[in-house]
Design a protein. Structure first.
Length: 94
């Protein structure tokens, strides 16, 4: 039962407006970066931007938040998948 409660609290946390912003920023960073950079460089750059933002929050804002980083990672993954699907669909390979 405890696992079910923690699962739903994670979904509630990730549904917060701030976490959605993290998701969408990282999603769109992939859409912007991937035409010009390799997948790994694009992922690394977006992770670095997200980490630097959290370090800034640690020093000047509300504190470092691992849920924000999780939202970043989910946004990056979704952005890479969306870009690759659109890219290959454009090339007629899907």
């Amino acid at each position: 039962m405890k696992a079910e409660g923690s699962h739903s609290s994670l979904l509630v946390k990730l549904g917060e407006l701030d976490k959605l912003k993290h998701f969408w920023v990282c999603f769109f960073l992939q859409i912007v970066f991937l035409p010009w950079l390799s997948v790994w460089v694009s992922i690394g750059l977006a992770l670095l931007i997200g980490l630097l933002k959290e370090c800034w929050d640690q020093r000047y804002g509300s504190g470092f938040c691992w849920y924000d980083m999780l939202a970043n990672v989910i946004g990056i993954a979704a952005g890479v998948i969306a870009y690759l699907l659109l890219h290959y669909a454009w090339l007629g390979l899907v």
